[in-house]
Design a binder for this molecule. Structure first.
Ligand code: GLU
Length: 482
């Protein structure tokens, strides 16, 4: 039975790395007709963010990763919020205590702090010195009876041992038991720590594959030990490589957007973001880069996930988004931009005109939210020329010659249209002797205000001949271009 879970802690927004973990788990679950489970790991009460759970679920839904079991969704292995499973953890901790695999620790914060400071000053790695592991049973009982505040720690075996994990991405990973300390598994507030809760839940929820970030790799000996103490078979493990920024340091907020919410706000398409994220550490084994979700479900293999850090290349994400925008069916595109337009300055313009403008712009957007700013060209009376290259072009003498000649000849026509535009430009070429780029570019810059603005025939259809001629006149009269 293939069962994978996404188990975020509700400490804030869904990070791009979290979405990748969810995606890889989801892909594998769907590929094998298994289940994808959402479990909220909310045992750290100090870092709890109220709206995080609903945000996480909303973002998964936006991305199209549907959940089979989870809070509010159901499933026979719930509840799926760890805070609602405290009794289950308590029972398991009691079992470890009875077996002698765990013990109460009464050390105060101050003692632990002092210990750490001392160990650091000696150049040692700070770790618990097993002080309470040596307490006599009688002493422990008295302390507990008198209600002394305590936590429960799991025992790391005294005899040195090498823990080996067979990770599906990394092969065998080994850690010596000397590197692991007697980990707290139950806090004094009655909440378990991650290490206990994750093992208990992954077992009880019958998780077959645990997919998580490589930052959890050093924790696996504790987890393997807990599986051993409980007499359970551990699941398969997959530790995903870090996501790095362009300087190959860990991706963080300081380097721009890192939450799925931000990418959505900026107008990235969910399919494009998923496709981009899938390639952070995985590849289909050939040079294909644009893959539909269905293709990814078919092709996904843990064996093709890389061990080394994956660089988050924002340029590539932009490129990917453009690929998806180009492929987006017209109706879906209009549906998606509706929200963007409603939030922008041009929402009260004629809907037909907005549609026409949006159609022209479809191939020129990097993200959907670029749309509002680009609509200015279509709906402003006198759109500003911000493109420095366009300003340079329009300042040239030859450009002015072309524009003046174009105006003069256009005035002899009944009407300037996208049909007679080509003819007219040819005739301007004849009389000015200017051709190619020198001929088309000033017209494009005058009418679209950019060197790489939309095609002129499309603009003529949108504006009509009169408005285009008006924009050219305005350009010629613009004092900053003289
Ligand atoms: N709650 C952990 C986190 O948010 C999950 C780690 C795991 O998947 O085991 O990082």
């Amino acid at each position: 039975m293939v069962r994978l879970r996404f188990a975020p802690s509700p400490t804030g927004f869904l990070h791009i790395g979290g979405l990748r973990t969810a995606l890889f788990s989801w892909l594998f679950a769907r590929q094998n007709q298994g289940s994808f489970i959402f479990r909220l790991e909310d045992t750290d009460r100090n870092r709890l963010v109220e709206a995080a759970e609903s945000n996480l679920l909303k973002m998964l839904e936006w991305a199209g990763l549907d959940i089979d079991e989870g809070p509010g969704i159901g499933g026979e292995f719930g509840p799926y919020r760890q805070s609602e499973r405290l009794e289950i953890y308590r029972d398991h901790v009691d079992r470890l205590l009875e077996q002698g695999d765990a013990y109460p620790c009464f050390c105060s914060e101050e003692r632990l702090e002092k210990l750490k400071t001392f160990q650091r000053s000696e150049g040692l790695t700070p770790r618990y010195d097993n002080h309470c592991r040596k307490l006599q049973k009688k002493e422990v009982d008295t302390k507990i009876q008198s209600g002394e505040k305590h936590v429960i720690r799991m025992k790391i075996p005294e005899n040195q041992e090498t823990f080996r994990l067979n990770d599906l991405v990394r092969g065998t990973v080994a850690i010596e038991s000397t590197q692991v300390e007697d980990q707290v598994i139950l806090k004094s507030d009655g909440f378990p720590t991650y290490h206990l809760a994750v093992v208990v839940d992954d077992h009880l929820m019958q998780i077959s594959h645990v997919v998580r970030g490589e930052e959890w790799l050093p924790s696996f000996p504790k987890h393997l030990l807990l599986y051993r103490y409980f007499g359970w078979e551990p699941p398969e493990f997959i530790h995903l490589p870090l996501i790095l920024n362009e300087e190959r340091a860990k991706l963080s907020k300081r380097h721009g957007a890192v939450s799925v919410e931000e990418f959505r706000e900026r107008g990235y398409l969910p399919q494009a973001l998923l496709n981009f994220i899938a390639l952070l550490g995985w590849s289909p084994g050939d040079d294909r880069e644009v893959l539909s979700l269905e293709e990814m479900v078919d092709e996904f293999r843990f064996e093709r996930v890389s061990k080394s850090g994956a660089v988050f290349d924002r340029e590539k994400l932009n490129w990917m988004n453009q690929q998806y925008l180009l492929k987006l069916p017209e109706e879906e595109y209009f549906r998606m931009i509706d929200d963007v337009i409603q939030k922008g300055d041009y929402h009260d313009q004629d809907p037909g005109k907005i549609r026409q403008a949006a159609e022209i712009l479809k191939t020129r957007l990097v993200t959907l939210s670029d749309l509002n700013q680009k609509l200015g060209l279509f709906f402003e009376e006198n759109p500003e020329i911000k493109d420095l290259q366009a300003i340079e072009v329009l300042k040239e003498e030859n450009s002015k010659t072309v524009l003046k000649e174009f105006l003069q000849q256009a005035e002899n026509l009944d009407q300037l249209t996208s049909e007679n535009l080509g003819q007219l430009v040819k005739s301007v070429q004849k009389s000015t002797g200017i051709k190619g780029r020198g001929l088309w570019m000033p017209l494009r810059c005058a009418i679209t205000r950019e060197v790489s603005g939309p095609e002129l025939p499309a603009m003529l259809d949108f504006f009509g001949g009169e408005k285009c001629l008006h924009l050219i006149r305005q350009t010629l009269e613009n004092p900053s271009l003289n």
